[in-house]
Ligand binder design. Structure first.
Ligand code: PAF
Length: 285
């Protein structure tokens, strides 16, 4: 039997009603929070979400409070109809697509700050970004009352911020990480990739390539500063206009590491044309 298309709800009250119905029937749910412009990477995350619980909710909300740059917010792709069709094919049960005033009424004044894990990396270059993420994700968790949430490892610092916020605020939801989904040439899938010119798209996989080269060098015990220098040079030589950071951090708590003393991640952010790309890989001996 083919599944009916996902129901779309636009208000918190309607979302709560559906969540309440499901709870009444002892059905658990998984939330996949997104900002839309869905791609194959999101569909992989949805696939995982469907294995965790009987019901799957996808939220689509381009969250203004996490954009530190108004142009970035204005240019963020909005493709609700196409997204809805993809979610229908993926067999999602519910699409929550609130309007801005539903999430942020005029007198909205609360902000969630998650210190330490939100400092440095993207936090250093995008002031206020993680406050916006933590606040909207806490709202989505409370609104949906989902049992699980799946987030992609591509936004690795975001994953840490959300985990810490959820634990610190005792929100009863289990966060499940999905490994980064990549194009065949290694480029991490992202809604922002659609804004690359064809020429930039050809250059973009260099970021993942340099991460893998550097990860192997850490594994061989090469000093961090030498690795960073080589990587910065190679990324700029490939055609990127700037490298914001290229850093080794502990997987456990995202604190900076100078060497491979524990399981680690190598994280990068770099600008290619008008597009800011981020990526990361696990690093082990
Ligand atoms: O990763 C994203 O798409 C967003 O940061 C999230 C988690 C949906 C919050 O707006």
């Amino acid at each position: 039997m083919t599944k009916p298309p996902p129901r779309i709800v636009r208000t918190v009250a309607d979302l709560r009603n559906v969540a309440g119905e499901w709870k009444g029937q002892s059905l658990r749910s998984t939330l996949v929070p997104t900002m839309g412009a869905l791609h194959k990477g999101h569909l992989e995350i949805v696939r995982m979400a469907k294995t965790l619980a009987e019901r799957t909710i996808v939220s689509i909300f381009v969250n203004p409070t996490q954009f530190n740059n108004p142009n970035d917010l204005a240019n963020y792709p909005r493709t609700l109809d196409a997204d809805w069709r993809m979610l229908e094919e993926a067999g999602v049960d519910l699409l929550f697509a609130p309007r801005q005033h539903e999430m942020y009424p005029e007198d909205f004044t609360t902000k969630i700050t998650v210190s330490k894990v939100s400092e440095g990396l993207c936090g250093a270059f995008r002031p206020g970004h993680f406050e916006g993420v933590a606040t909207v994700v806490a709202k989505l968790f409370n609104q949906s009352q989902a049992n699980f949430a799946v987030l992609g490892e591509k936004d690795y610092q975001q994953l840490h911020v959300v985990r810490r916020m959820t634990r610190d605020l005792d929100i009863p939801i289990e966060i499940v990480a999905h490994p980064t989904v990549r194009e065949p040439d290694g480029l991490a899938m992202s809604s922002r990739n659609a804004r690359l010119t064809p020429q930039e798209r050809q250059l973009a996989p260099e970021l993942a390539r340099q991460l893998n080269i550097a990860a192997a060098a850490f594994g061989r015990g090469t000093p961090a500063q030498d690795i960073y220098q080589v990587a910065h040079k190679a990324i700029l030589a490939a055609g990127f206009s700037s490298v914001e950071y290229f850093e080794l951090r502990a997987e456990r708590d995202l604190m900076p590491l100078q060497s491979l003393s524990e399981p680690a991640r190598l994280l990068v952010a770099a600008n290619l044309g008008r597009v800011r790309l981020i990526d990361n890989v696990p690093v082990s001996e």
